[in-house]
Design a protein. Structure first.
Length: 79
């Protein structure tokens, strides 16, 4: 499972993935995202015509899916 801080630790990499999923993001508006997820969600809602709840759910879904992909690339844990 990925959490917001996982994403912010390698922002350049994850921003590209976020932009693929949410094409209306503007890089110039991103500096606040690392420190305030709720502001990012509000920005996402505004740029993509979503409610705040929908934006929150979209971010949760993004983190979940990306976490699954990351975990599957790491393979099973050594016993």
């Amino acid at each position: 499972m990925m959490i917001w801080t996982d994403l912010t630790q390698d922002w350049a990499y994850w921003y590209r993935a976020l932009q693929e999923r949410f094409p209306n993001l503007e890089e110039s508006a991103m500096p606040f995202a690392k420190i305030d997820r709720s502001r990012f969600e509000a920005y996402l809602a505004q740029r993509h015509n979503l409610s705040l709840t929908e934006a929150h759910e979209e971010v949760e879904d993004f983190l979940y899916v990306q976490g699954l992909m990351r975990d599957s690339e790491e393979g099973p844990a050594a016993a």
